[in-house]
Design a protein around this ligand. Structure first.
Ligand code: ADP
Ligand code: ZN
Length: 288
């Protein structure tokens, strides 16, 4: 049996399952402070005989195995979690191989193994929710350099009608600062799902996401793009993304039919936890 942790800013999903992506048992634990959340994670896994654990975590995190702070959550503003040694906290209790990556890289892995990008050696998974982040599979591997990608914080051109300052504490009007759920809510002064009938909201959202996608397409040339997260539950954002991407790319690169190229997660809300399971399986294979 393999353990999986999808660590989000609001909740942790813990699961046990196998390498076929089959989830046998799962629980949700609210993300409060590590002293509270982590013991509950440990209690859950103690019920099972686990051979490996995969962790897909909110970040930024240190994924560089050569680093002294490998396995830590690093610069999060979330109280209590800054510099938290995640892999060590789990590894102290369970002496099994541990895979550790970002939540979005895990989701990309889940989708490439069992979801909308199944069978492809290249895909991009983007979440538009409380934050914006993306994970990528490039030539069969999760994309990693000095650290993991941080594609949510790229700079975008402002929509001509947008006077909102932006919500990112680091960059103000980066993509996340202008287009994540909390930015939408602050700009329009209403909760996201109450804005359903406001066309201008989703048109502007599509304008920003399409710019990001254009840059990802030009740089990474992914074979499939998967758009997940709470904001993408508004189907009309896809329509706006398709229109603007068409306009921005302007036939410079040839793309597949956009409604087949840019899609919702095939695994629905299970992309992250399934990918975390596969991170555990990869760690198990590497340890052998
Ligand atoms: P998280 O990013 O914490 O994992 P979500 O992906 O559900 O969680 O993102 C939560 C954000 O998405 C909220 O800030 C909210 O603004 C927005 N959101 C959630 N559901 C919807 C919806 N149905 N329509 C529009 N926005 C939504
Ligand atoms: Zn930013």
């Amino acid at each position: 049996m393999i353990g999986a942790i999808e660590a989000g800013g609001t909740k942790f999903v813990c699961a046990v399952g196998d390498e076929t992506g089959n989830i046998i048992e799962r629980i949700q634990i609210p993300t409060t402070v590590p002293e509270e959340t982590i013991p509950r994670v440990i209690d859950f896994f103690k019920q099972y005989s686990i051979k490996a654990i995969g962790i897909g975590s909110f970040g930024p995190i240190d994924v560089n195995r050569e680093s002294a702070t490998y396995g830590h959550i690093t610069s999060t503003p979330k109280p209590g979690w800054r510099d938290f040694p995640f892999v060590q906290a789990i590894g102290d209790v369970f002496s099994v191989p541990i895979g550790f990556n970002t939540d979005v890289n895990a989701a990309a892995l889940g989708e490439a193994t069992f979801g909308a990008a199944k069978g492809l050696d290249s895909c991009l998974y983007i979440t538009v929710g409380t934050g914006i982040g993306a994970g990528a599979i490039v030539q069969g591997n999760l994309l990693q350099g000095l650290s993991h990608p941080e594609m949510g914080h790229i700079l975008v051109r402002r929509h001509p009608n947008d006077v909102y300052r932006g919500k990112c504490p680091y960059h103000h009007d980066c993509l996340e600062g202008l287009a994540a759920g909390p930015a939408i809510e602050e700009r329009w002064g209403v909760k996201g799902d109450l804005l359903v009938d406001r066309m201008e909201v989703w048109e502007m959202e599509g304008y920003y996401i399409a710019q990001a996608l254009m840059q990802y397409v030009l740089i990474l040339s992914p074979k499939k793009i998967i758009l997940g997260g709470g904001v993408m539950k508004q189907e009309q954002v896809f329509t706006s993304v398709y229109q603007y991407l068409q306009e921005f790319v302007n036939k410079y690169v040839v793309l597949p039919e956009l409604s087949e190229y840019i899609v919702s997660p095939g695994l629905g809300d299970n992309a992250g936890i399934t990918g975390s399971l596969m991170l555990g399986y990869q760690a198990l294979l590497e340890a052998k």
